[in-house]
Design a protein around this ligand. Structure first.
Ligand code: ZN
Length: 201
């Protein structure tokens, strides 16, 4: 199983990062050891600026390579919610030097994932999602604002990388990313449904 994450897929988030809006999808990989399998997250010792990024997550249901946009919808069947935890201070240094981002993005437990997934058939043309920090809304997203929609992402990724059943695609974060501290509680929602509740320890 692999985890593919999309960077800068919401224009307002690209703006808050002072980054260009991309002309094609940007992606990077987290290893399977990045997946967090409990409700407690332990603040890593190598960062002082850990940021949440709430993201809708697609579960790949079919093996495929060079998938066309028209057929892409057949390759994912369920949608969950996750956090792409990012050591922003580490990322900044690596960005400045033009180095890869793995130390900032692919570390153990950096991929929070809801236990529950929702069948994609349950959704209309747009999906709303949000993240609350200590009961306050900090991020709100809507798939209407995606720069590259789910089908475009699948078509693009599969030009380069074979998708396998069980792979996860983190589809990018909307604006409002920010730091967490020990003691914070993060709650992720898709529409009104609570998908995860995470304690920062
Ligand atoms: Zn992200």
């Amino acid at each position: 199983m692999k985890i593919i994450c999309i960077g800068r897929n919401y224009a307002k988030h690209a703006k808050e990062m002072n980054a260009e809006v991309p002309s094609e999808p940007i992606f990077f990989i987290k290893p399977d050891t990045a997946l967090l399998k409990e409700n407690n997250f332990y603040y890593p010792e190598f960062t002082n600026d850990l940021h949440y990024e709430v993201e809708l997550v697609l579960k790949v249901c079919k093996h495929g390579k060079h998938i066309s946009k028209e057929h892409a919808t057949n390759y994912y069947d369920q949608i969950g919610l996750g956090i792409d935890f990012t050591a922003r201070d580490v990322q900044k240094i690596h960005k400045e030097k033009g180095l890869p981002w793995e130390k900032a993005k692919a570390f153990d437990n950096s991929a929070v994932l809801s236990q529950q997934f929702i069948d994609k058939a349950n959704f209309g043309p747009e999906i709303e999602f949000s993240l609350l920090k200590n009961d306050e809304i900090v991020q709100e997203g809507n798939t209407q604002d995606l720069l590259f929609d789910f089908d475009e992402l699948i078509a693009h990724i599969s030009k380069y990388i074979t998708l396998k059943q069980g792979d996860l695609i983190y589809t990018g974060t909307p604006e409002g990313v920010g730091p967490v501290d020990i003691g914070d509680v993060l709650v992720g929602k898709i529409e009104d449904r609570e998908m995860f509740k995470l304690n920062i320890k």
